[in-house]
Design a protein around this ligand. Structure first.
Ligand SMILES: C[S@@+](CC[C@H](N)C(=O)[O-])C[C@H]1O[C@@H](n2cnc3c(N)ncnc32)[C@H](O)[C@@H]1O
Length: 252
């Protein structure tokens, strides 16, 4: 098994869907080809994407971080689409945190998941619009949009006893903001022993990048793809020290 070595981080196993420079260039070009723009400039800003056999139109606002589609979201969508056998989302319970414009939630819904797309209250109008516009009558399970401000009212809004998510998805949620503690708390609250976290991390400044090390105190982390030209790594994570399923019969 290959390993990526980082000065700040432990050795993280690299299961490597994308290892070398060539794959980086080729796959990044393929990911970026999924984006298209309106032929005519209209009063509404939107961007188009091709994923999961659908043309997806995302309305953007330019006044906050969550109102544009970030490259990490494209990386995660591409991964979901191209690995839909191994990560079969049909009827799986998925929550996306920091969903922004909603592209990842939309693609997960189009792939059959039962999705809850979450973000700050001020983002929910545009998020709801995009989710509805792109999933209505196209999905097995209609997605929900719900407020989740990291670290706030978690037990009240997402009680541990009744909420079970098969997947937590997050794209570009670590950057220069003051809520990194709350973000970690949120992952911890939502993650059960069998929950898989799929997290696309864009590496920027050292200070925020150290979040990965803190994240590893709670979760086992595996690199599933790596795009140096975008400074984006896609991680799979599961809770540390979870009980592994025991074999039903002892084999000698
Ligand atoms: C860089 S954007 C990424 C958006 C989207 N995931 C993407 O990749 O296109 C970061 C997202 O995190 C959300 N966010 C930031 N701080 C948050 C907080 N305290 N609670 C919940 N969401 C937050 C923002 O509103 C925004 O949607």
């Amino acid at each position: 098994m290959a390993f990526r070595i980082s000065s700040q981080l432990e050795r993280i196993p690299l299961t490597g869907l994308c290892g070398g420079e060539k794959e980086d260039e080729e796959i990044v070009a393929e990911i970026m080809r999924r984006r298209f723009f309106p032929a005519l400039i209209t009063h509404k800003a939107w961007e188009g994407f091709h994923f999961a056999g659908h043309e997806i139109r995302i309305t953007e606002a330019t006044d906050c971080y969550g109102a544009v589609v970030w490259p990490s979201a494209l990386v995660l969508c591409y991964f979901l689409e191209t690995n839909s056998k191994q990560y079969n989302l049909v009827d799986k319970n998925v929550i996306e945190i920091g969903a922004g414009t909603g592209l990842v939630s939309i693609v997960a819904s189009l792939l059959g998941a039962l999705v809850t797309a979450t973000d700050l209250p001020e983002l929910l109008g545009n998020l709801q619009h995009n989710v509805l516009q792109n999933t209505k009558l196209k999905c097995k399970n209609q997605p929900h949009v719900k407020e989740l401000s990291w670290g706030i009212d978690l037990e009240k809004k997402f009680p541990r006893s009744s909420c079970h998510f098969d997947y937590i998805m997050a794209a570009d949620v670590v950057y220069h903001h003051p809520f990194l503690d709350e973000l970690l708390l949120t992952f911890d609250h939502l993650c059960k022993n069998d929950t898989v976290i799929l997290w696309a991390m864009r590496f920027r400044l050292d200070k925020e990048n150290q979040f990965v090390g803190r994240f590893q105190t709670l979760f086992d982390l595996e690199v599933i793809s790596n795009f140096p030209s975008l400074n984006i790594t896609l991680y799979k994570a599961m809770r540390k020290g979870r009980m592994k399923a025991r074999p039903s019969k002892l084999t000698v």
